[in-house]
Design a protein around this ligand. Sequence first.
Ligand code: HEM
Ligand SMILES: *[C@@H]1O[C@H](CO)[C@@H](O)[C@H](O)[C@H]1NC(C)=O
Length: 493
Amino acid sequence: MEPLGMTTVFLMTCFSCLLFSAWRSKSRTGKQPPGPFALPFVGSMFHLNPHNLPESLEKLSRKYGPVFTIRLGPKEVVVLYGYDVVKEALIDQGDDFSGRGILPLFDKLFQGTGIVNSNGETWRQLRRFALTTLRDFGMGKKSIEERIQEEARFLVERIKSKHEQPFNPSSFLVHAVSNIICSIVFGDRFDYKDEKFVTLIDVLEQNNRIQNAIQTMLYNFFPTILDHLPGPHQTMVKNIEAVNTFISEIVTDHQKSLDPTCPRDFIDAFLIKMEQEKGNAHSEFSTDTLTRTTIDLFFAGTGTTSTTLKYGLLILMKHPEIEEKIHKEIDHVIGRDRSPCMADRSKMPYTDAVIHEIQRFMDFIPFNVPHTVIKDTKFRDYLIPKGTMIFPMLRSVLYDSKEFPNPEKFDPGHFLNANGTFKRSDYFMPFSAGKRICAGEGLARMELFIFFTVILQNFTLKPVMDHKDLDISPIISSFANMPKPYELSFLPR
Ligand code: HEM
Ligand SMILES: *[C@@H]1O[C@H](CO)[C@@H](O)[C@H](O)[C@H]1NC(C)=O
């Protein structure tokens, strides 16, 4: 990480003041959830850690209970802390809580369309379409599973070409994972050396990094001021425009060569849907929403899965005895000569448990992606006004100490019965739950299973230092938990 400059320190300070600036619960028509009461401006800075907001929120939940209010600048946010309230909101009252709380930055970037950052009819139609299309029907000759297996073979070859030299695996993993989206959306993967592809991924990666920058967070409080200032938020806008152009060109090519009886990929399926809905004034299917939806799949589907793989490899190096057990299970069920496939998973409870535990332990998006209530909502004894931003804290579910004893410890036993069979848990919520649950869950779980097993079928992981010295704690960040950068060697088995 870059050293903290004075500006960053200053901005961090502003941010922490803003986040926990004096908040007094006002009674309106109904009772609003309680929250920290009139904290003195300076006092909050000493009590609350801007470097570890999830921890600060845990403390607040101990004081105020599972439903409480904080202030993000001028905005009130209701935090849901613990399995019971998260489930009650996202599942039992799923419709009320199905809105997306859109931060000003994302509104600027995505303009309320696509799937992740949209609401209402736009969201409903585009999400439904994406779910059915990703479910594999009528999209070319290759199944999604075959596309992942194909990519996994390319990844293995690329790793072999390193000849056991240690390296940081980030870009290899990002390229492989984005190629799955390319294959689904554009119909084909790209060569790892393809210049356009490498540029596309660099741009997406840069936006992911900027998204975590504190200056970018500030945009969410003062959008009108920052709109007029230079800074990383402006770079993000330019980057999105570049991706737009890239995708638009591919869409134009697809339009020219489209055969409506034989869709090759997601874009073809979307173009056919556009044609079918031509007479419908309420249709949300246009080349504009196609581009936005495609960008969403890249953003939501690349960093998430590749970071999980990257974190997982680090955790496995920390625990060689666990890696060893996976090797044995792979040799027993799959052998060395064929590609792993999804049918193998049910025969591999240990590997399955480890992958679940990786996702639980890394707690990728501690706050969840913000939601909002779509109408004035009665929740328990409270009344939450329409439009209030909601944080259904995934961390509070994944680190529940009754369901997962010793939650701070990495232990595949959290997902195994005493007899070694796989133990499922309702608390396994890395993809969230309810109406907004990750639209790529099925795809992501296929990718994780096939990539992890292919890598461990072919290689033993070797850290550059003693495994006892590896640090598997995350870089503390505001949005997503990333592993600290590391290098490793892959030794052929
Ligand atoms: C390990 C990998 C992944 C994790 C941990 C993950 C997690 C999440 C989470 C927590 C949300 C927010 C849910 C909510 O608002 O309640 C989400 C939304 C979403 N994810 Fe994923 N995701 C992953 C992979 C993917 C992939 C591969 C795709 C690509 C197809 C994808 C597409 C989406 C979309 C489109 C949404 C927005 C859903 C909506 O707003 O209706 N995700 N994901
Ligand atoms: C293993 O244990 C679980 C729960 O304890 C039980 O439901 C399952 O039937 C057992 N399976 C076998 C094969 O013994």
